[in-house]
Design a protein. Structure first.
Length: 96
């Protein structure tokens, strides 16, 4: 699991937890289809990563690198939040 976290920059790790709880909230909404949760989490993750990147604008040489970093980190954070959700779900499952 450490290998997976090595791809996510330390500044973005809080986004994983935020996306996890957004996913839980979306799952509890009966009107929101479950098959759209990963896509929704990915889009929110990209948006949150973009906001985080914009707050550290001086660390980027141009807008293209900021956009790439935001998209890549947002997708990685969304993937990690889905992974955490699946990990928790499968470890709670009783062995049959």
């Amino acid at each position: 699991m450490d290998e997976l976290f090595s791809f996510v920059k330390a500044d973005y790790t809080i986004i994983i937890a935020v996306l996890y709880f957004i996913g839980i909230g979306l799952r509890k909404l009966k009107v929101f289809p479950n098959n759209y949760i990963p896509l929704s989490i990915t889009l929110v993750g990209i948006g949150l990563a973009a906001l985080s990147s914009l707050s550290r604008l001086s660390g980027y040489s141009n807008l293209a690198s900021l956009a790439f970093d935001s998209i890549a980190q947002g997708i990685l954070c969304a993937g990690m939040s889905v992974y955490v959700n699946e990990f928790i779900k499968h470890t709670r499952k009783k062995s049959q």
